[in-house]
Design a protein around this ligand. Structure first.
Ligand code: GUN
Length: 306
């Protein structure tokens, strides 16, 4: 049986490490502060933001959510971001993506002052990532590195293949793996013979957004497989196929009307991988943990602790 890289355990460890840092900041004057901007009513985003706010609460981090309507304009959202930039008690600003189509997402992300950009999405922080300079790193990719390191998976000298080239996950994950001295390949929808390229991976990162796309023929025996996918399947036949008619999974589907599936086939990965991240309970918890790390680090920098 492969080893499970347990995201919930790593998240709890990171939260325990953060607690004294939050307490020290609070004792010194004020706790770290995070503002989350959630536009409209995107169901998955609402769940993510609720979990982010709850984790702030657990740690004693001040948080607030700003929830403008779906109809907001770029100018109105810019005004919200600029007001948050100016507030001294706010150390981190996160604008939950995706934004509605009428909003110019790049302009909004560029408006967040780089020192408060706890998502690591501002071009200044992306530049710092490429140059390997200290700055907030994108949370999901940073979480992947934590999972690998704390899971005892060697990275230096290994072959890493990242499937997906998004600005949020694929590109920064590839860069972080490169800084850890992996030999990195980034693949995407135009890559010829994707299974063959993936089979070269010692570390395979799937960040495509397509349920169970990575099947056994993509996975080298013994590889470490990191599944970033969070796909809610609403088609019962598809769920039955992916979970090979598992009675528990189908009962869960029948209760909820959907089931969560990663980008990696959940049965094939158990048969092929040496270690893997489950969905749920793998990468997901780390995204929030690393947001907390970035928020605390931002508060420390801004208060002169480091
Ligand atoms: N939407 C999905 N993932 C993320 C993330 O890491 N940050 C933000 N701001 N939005 C997201």
């Amino acid at each position: 049986m492969p080893r499970i890289l347990d995201g919930n355990r790593v998240r709890d460890d990171i939260k325990s490490e953060l607690k004294p840092r939050v307490e020290a900041l609070a004792a010194q004057g004020r706790p770290p502060g995070l503002a989350v901007v959630l536009v409209g009513h995107h169901p998955a985003s609402e769940i993510y933001v609720r979990n982010k706010i709850k984790t702030c609460h657990d740690l004693g981090i001040y948080s607030e959510s700003i929830t403008p309507p779906d109809s907001i304009s770029t100018a109105e959202l810019l005004a919200i971001v600029l007001a948050l930039n100016a507030r001294p008690e706010i150390d981190g600003i996160l604008v939950q993506l995706p934004l509605p189509p009428q909003v110019d997402t790049k302009r909004i992300l560029m408006a967040v002052t780089p020192a408060k950009d706890v998502d690591g999405f501002h071009p200044c922080n992306v530049g710092a990532l490429v140059a390997n300079l200290p700055a907030p790193r994108a949370c999901t990719p940073a979480g992947i590195i934590e999972l690998l390191k704390r899971g005892g998976i060697p990275i230096a000298g290994r072959r890493a293949v990242v499937v997906g080239r998004s600005d949020i996950v694929g590109k920064p994950a590839a860069m972080l793996l490169l800084h850890e001295h992996a030999t990195v390949t980034i693949c995407h929808s135009k890559t010829p013979d994707l299974p063959a390229v993936c089979r070269e991976a010692d570390i395979l990162v799937a960040a495509i957004g397509r349920a169970a796309m990575i099947t056994r023929d993509f996975i080298r025996q013994g590889a470490t497989v990191i599944d970033v996918g969070t796909n809610y399947i609403q088609d019962r036949d598809l769920a039955a196929r992916i979970f090979r008619n598992s009675p528990e999974k189908l009962a869960s589907f029948d209760r909820r009307g959907s089931v969560l599936v990663g980008d990696v086939d959940p049965i094939d990965v158990v048969e092929r991988a040496g270690a893997y991240t489950p969905v749920p309970g793998g990468v997901g918890p780390l995204t929030i943990a690393m947001l907390m790390v970035n928020t605390v680090a931002s508060a420390e920098r801004r208060s002169g602790v480091c």
